[in-house]
Structure formats: structure tokens, C-alpha cells
Design a protein around this ligand. Structure first.
Ligand SMILES: C[S@@+](CC[C@H](N)C(=O)[O-])C[C@H]1O[C@@H](n2cnc3c(N)ncnc32)[C@H](O)[C@@H]1O
Length: 316
């Protein structure tokens, strides 16, 4: 999921033996068709073997174009992670060293969101978060549980969720009356609908690439009902330089920033704030955080232009 290959103009961040291996290799012959106006989902992409696809549509048709293929896509994604050890190194594809900068950058982002969206006076109820594709609960344990009174975890791979329950469940050190992991859902994102109005933040990190575009959009549309008024999604993901990159090994897709923005707009979501991850080792994919809201951002009132102000008026 996390390693990076260099493919022409792409930076590719995919699995290599389940790793975040910083291997660099080149595809000198790959280039986009010249002068083609690219709507991002029409943009060309590659798979991790360097095979080109003219559009994302072509890739999705080939990969999940009928119900059997789609079932296989999701089965392969989960099987991949079932073969990975339930450790920080395992869920980070052999790059345990990114844990610290990842959490630290996420914490800075979360602090900004807290100060702007969840001021102490406005909080009259406990703060609740959902950690999607939580793996072993790394993000909950190192970050979310310190900021939220209750955290739910959702993860389709049972041995990951068992480990999360062991470190975060009832009776664990991290678990207090004020800050606790409450529900552990062993469900994939594409099959999940949250309880209405439960969450202040739905955190989705390094797992949305497993969803097809169609399921991406239907997941966010369903999950909106799970947000409290004023709540938001935080999506943290690897970013392809352009188009997309299909990982044949774990059946996931790394999308470009433009690709994500097109999907957000199909979901009816607005980017409230975004931030680039800093401090990762060279050669890895770029990583971005997006805070997404269901309400459109308020526009600053437009200033009267000088032309309008200076226009002569009729005196009645
Ligand atoms: C790279 S790990 C990231 C785990 C965790 N978010 C973290 O940052 O430590 C990817 C996770 O996505 C999970 N995953 C795979 N397919 C999924 C799906 N369809 N829905 C939700 N999670 C999925 C995997 O089981 C794995 O735990």
C-alpha cells in the first residue's frame, strides 16, 4: 500500500511484498497523450506492473466490470491484509518509521480543526470519532483516543481488529471513563452505514483505495448521516501525481488530488481544509489530508468594485 515507484510523471505508492519499500524505477516511455483535455477521471493511469490504461473507466471495467469480478476484487483486498502481521510495521507495509511523523502531522491538522470547529464552549456532548479501516487501531491509540471521548473502530480483517480490541478494549490502559474505544465493527467500508448523528469526526486513513469509485461515492453519501451537525470527515491518503495507479497485489487504487476532488464533488462534499504530510522518507508517495464537510464553505461578502462605486447615480 505505501511503497513508491517512479513511473514517468507518476509517483506510485503501492504494495511490494506488503511494504512501503522505497524502490525507484522508471518507465521512460510513458507519457500522457499531448494536448488532451483531461477530466481527471478520464486521465490515463497505470498498474503496478507498468501497464497503461487510457482512462479510469477502462481500468474499472476490466477490474470490477461484473458482479463476480467485483466480489473477487474485495475478497483479494481483504485476503492480502489477512496475510499481514498485526503490528505497526505490518499495517504500514514495513515502514514503521513513518508512524511518528504521520501521527504528528495528523495531530497538527486535528488541532486546527478542533480550534475552528469544536470550541470548548460549543461542546456540550461527548466527542465521538469513527476510525475507518482502522487496522490494529494505530491511529486510534496514538491520536484519536486522546481527543475524543468515544472512538469506534471499523476494520474488515478480524485478526487486526482482535489486536485493536486487546490494546484498546475494556480494561486497557488507554481506556478510561472519559476516553474509550467503544464499538469494534468487523465490516468493510462498502457495507457499512453508521448510526445517525453519532460522530463528530469520521477518520478514513489509508484504506479508501480499496473502494471502487462507485462504492467510494455511495459510502460517503451513506456515511453523511453518521455525522453530527458541524461534523466532518478526515480523509488521509496517498496521492498519485496524476491519474491513478492500480496496485495489482492488494487490489487498491491510488488516486490523484484532482481525481479525489472530482469524487468529493460527486459525493456532495466540500474541502474545508487540506494539508500535505511532511517528514516522510524520500521516495514515498505524497500524502494528503482533507477535511470534508457536507455544508458549502461560507463565502466572504463581495466588496463593491470601484467601478460600481464610482458609477454616476441618477438623482430623483
Ligand atoms: C495500510 S492499512 C492502514 C490501517 C490504518 N488505517 C492505519 O493507518 O494504521 C489498510 C487497512 O485497510 C483495511 N481495508 C482493506 N480493505 C478494506 C475495505 N474494503 N474497507 C475498509 N478497510 C479495508 C485493511 O484491512 C487494513 O487494515
Amino acid at each position: 500500500m505505501l511503497c513508491c515507484y517512479w513511473v514517468g510523471t507518476y509517483s506510485v505508492f503501492g504494495t511490494r511484498s506488503g511494504g512501503l519499500t522505497a524502490c525507484a524505477w522508471q518507465f521512460p516511455s510513458f507519457s500522457f497523450p499531448p494536448n488532451r483535455k483531461i477530466r481527471c477521471m478520464d486521465a490515463a493511469g497505470l498498474d503496478s506492473n507498468g501497464r497503461e490504461f487510457d482512462t479510469a473507466g477502462d481500468m474499472w471495467r476490466e477490474q470490477v466490470g461484473d458482479p463476480t469480478k467485483k466480489t473477487q476484487w474485495y475478497r483479494d483486498g481483504v485476503s492480502y491484509w489477512e496475510g499481514v502481521t498485526a503490528t505497526v510495521d505490518g499495517v504500514l507495509g514495513g515502514f514503521a518509521n513513518v508512524n511518528e511523523p504521520d501521527i504528528s502531522c495528523s495531530e497538527d491538522f486535528l488541532n486546527v480543526l478542533f480550534s475552528e470547529r469544536f470550541s470548548a464552549d460549543a461542546r456540550c456532548q461527548p466527542l465521538v470519532a469513527l476510525d475507518c479501516g482502522s487496522g490494529i487501531g494505530r491511529v486510534t491509540k496514538n491520536l484519536l483516543i486522546r481527543y475524543f471521548n468515544e472512538v469506534d473502530l471499523l476494520e474488515p480483517v478480524s485478526h487486526f481488529l482482535d489486536t485493536a480490541r486487546e490494546t484498546l478494549g475494556l480494561g486497557c490502559q488507554t481506556n478510561s471513563n472519559m476516553h474509550k474505544a467503544v464499538n469494534f465493527y468487523c465490516v468493510p467500508l462498502q457495507d457499512f452505514t453508521p448510526d445517525t448523528g453519532r460522530y463528530d469526526v469520521i477518520w478514513i486513513q489509508w484504506c479508501i483505495g480499496h473502494l471502487t469509485d462507485e462504492d467510494f461515492v455511495s459510502f460517503f453519501k451513506r456515511a453523511k448521516v453518521g455525522l453530527k451537525p458541524g461534523g466532518l470527515f478526515v480523509l488521509k491518503e496517498n496521492i498519485a501525481r496524476s491519474g491513478f495507479v492500480l496496485d495489482n497485489e492488494d487490489r487498491s487504487v491510488t488516486r490523484s488530488d484532482l481525481y479525489f476532488k472530482e469524487l468529493f464533488s460527486r459525493c456532495g462534499l466540500h474541502v474545508y481544509k487540506s494539508k500535505d504530510q511532511k517528514g516522510f522518507p524520500e521516495g514515498l508517495f505524497a500524502v494528503k489530508m482533507y477535511a470534508l464537510t457536507t455544508e458549502a464553505p461560507k463565502r466572504a461578502p463581495r466588496k463593491k468594485s470601484k467601478i460600481a462605486t464610482n458609477r454616476p447615480r441618477t438623482i430623483h
